[in-house]
Design a protein around this ligand. Structure first.
Ligand SMILES: [Zn+2]
Length: 240
């Protein structure tokens, strides 16, 4: 909805690492936690309001994620598929609060860590991870419920083209429970997806030129590639 930065949260690496260490000590996170295959993440340097949740709460995310999210949502709407965000950016302190709340509910730390990453290891810190829900489906986390939705089917087929990838499929090596609602934006993969999409558009939008190029290609294979690259480069960048 808006791309105006609303919050700069980047802190020095040292203070960030100190905050993480203090939280791990307090929460009794096992010292070998870092060896479980989860990636360490820093908090986002810049966040924007990507959208408001159904209760009007601001969903903060990294700017390029917000832009790609907007494009993806518009593409889904064309096919009458609707989804929205339940959770986006999360600070390490909020992550710690979730673990504290689980503990207060009587959940063991071991069990909590199968569905909640320890502070410093959640993709939500980056502002690129989004928990997606849809009208009528139960709030996250309800694995089977969300997997049966039209929204999930659409995301499975199309989200990669917009740079969003499901981080924790079934039997993921990180040992996190399957999270079909959790999608993370990867800029580099998004650019690859857009480049492929452009080539596809080019192929289908210029049938006459395409036909000509096929003739040229039969005689001078290298020439068509140069022409294709030049035309793709001339188009305005659609990457997020
Ligand atoms: Zn998530």
């Amino acid at each position: 909805m808006t791309s105006t930065p609303v919050k700069a949260v980047g802190l020095s690496n040292k203070s960030y690492l100190e905050r993480i260490a203090a939280l791990h000590q307090e929460l009794l996170i096992p010292s070998d936690y870092a060896t479980r295959g989860l990636t360490f993440h820093y908090e986002a340097d810049e966040l924007v309001v990507g959208e408001l949740d159904p209760n009007g709460k601001e969903m903060l995310m990294e700017p390029r994620t917000a832009e790609s999210w907007r494009r993806m949502k518009e593409a889904a709407a064309v096919e009458a598929v609707v989804f929205f965000i339940e959770h986006a950016y999360r600070s390490v302190e909020v992550q710690a609060n979730i673990i504290r709340a689980e503990s207060a509910r009587g959940s063991s730390l071991e069990k909590s860590l199968t569905c909640i990453a320890a502070p410093g290891y959640s993709e939500h810190h980056t502002g690129r991870a989004l928990d997606i829900a849809c009208p009528g489906c139960l709030p996250v986390p309800q694995t089977d419920e969300f997997e049966r939705t039209v929204a999930f089917a659409w995301l499975t087929e199309h989200a990669n083209k917009f740079g969003f990838f499901m981080s924790y499929p079934r039997n993921n090596p990180q040992g996190i429970m399957c999270e079909p609602w959790h999608w993370c934006f990867h800029q580099q993969k998004a650019q690859q997806g857009v480049a492929g999409y452009r080539r596809l558009l080019f192929k289908y939008q210029d049938p006459v030129i395409n036909q000509l190029m096929e003739i040229i290609n039969a005689r001078h294979p290298g020439l068509t590639l140069v022409v294709r690259l030049a035309r793709v480069r001339d188009r305005p960048d659609e990457a997020a």
